[in-house]
Write a protein that binds this ligand. Sequence first.
Ligand code: A2P
Length: 332
Amino acid sequence: MAWKTAIMGATGAVGTEFLAILEQRRFPLKSLKLLASARSAGKKVQFMGQELVIEELTDNSFKGVELVLASAGGSVSKQYAPAAVAAGAIVVDNTSAFRMDGQIPLVVPEVNPQDIKAHKGIIANPNCSTIIMNVPVWPLHKANPIRRLVVSTYQAVSGAGAKAMHELEQQARDWAAGRPVKSEVMPHQTLFNVFSHNSRVSANGYNEEENKMLNETRKIFHCPDIRITATCVRVPVLRAHSEAINIEFSRPMGEDEVRGILSAAPGVRIIDDRQRNYFPMPLESAGHDDVLVGRIRQDMSLSGGTGIDLFVSGDQIRKGAALNAVQIAELL
Ligand code: A2P
């Protein structure tokens, strides 16, 4: 089947990647409509050798549209996704608007593709750090149920959108030219700095990004009582997130068993060369589909061999967002 498709937020960091991925994967399209705010209406974009014109998103944008790939922010999705569904479209929503709604599937194709069947018009694409963690952790959890997981993230600015990426590049240019460095999109200077994730901190002391990793993983794994804790941090990287993951399993599991499982896992590529001190890096995961996994080692603080440490890196805009959403659409 080929789809009459619309991209909501087509000018953004994820929207632009949707175009690249649809083209690369030769996604079956009958037509493609590019939607953004009034600010971008009339701008022209190249796609498969054709010039497409950005249109302003309105309630009437969805007539005849069968598939919507949405990434224009949570409030925009809340406002427009129902109109798209009423017009007969299926919405794959990349925002946090519907992820924890019990009626709406939240899907990582490598983990819970079967959940798509229950959709009633909207399918939610998980948080980027959650997807990048879940792709390598799920096959391990299936082999040996997790008792407790501790994750610390090293997150690129791309998660805060194209404007945050431009700000980091501008900070580098300004610093190199001896000009004052400005931070208007991010709350703090990103260049030469590291700061706690720029999402709201809730009453329990966890920020929203951390709560997303905890709650969404429980939903995707269908494992409401899995014990997970997270610390989410921004680092001066443009577009791929890295994560240090410590897992305590139910039974002992050695490095070799972990390596064997991960080498057969879809969406995972192992980079784990101790001799050359060569492991996953955001500069190497950026622009690629696989989550890179390395630093695979036994956690020596747990007697009995039940603990494993990993370091992973995955492209936040691709697998963490646009690619995962297109894979969901392909499953449809
Ligand atoms: P625009 O470029 O016209 O502002 P990012 O995540 O990189 O910041 O991108 C956000 C995307 O969402 C952009 O394509 C942006 O369009 C779009 N967007 C933001 N607000 C709205 C809105 N109210 N209506 C339609 N599109 C919006």
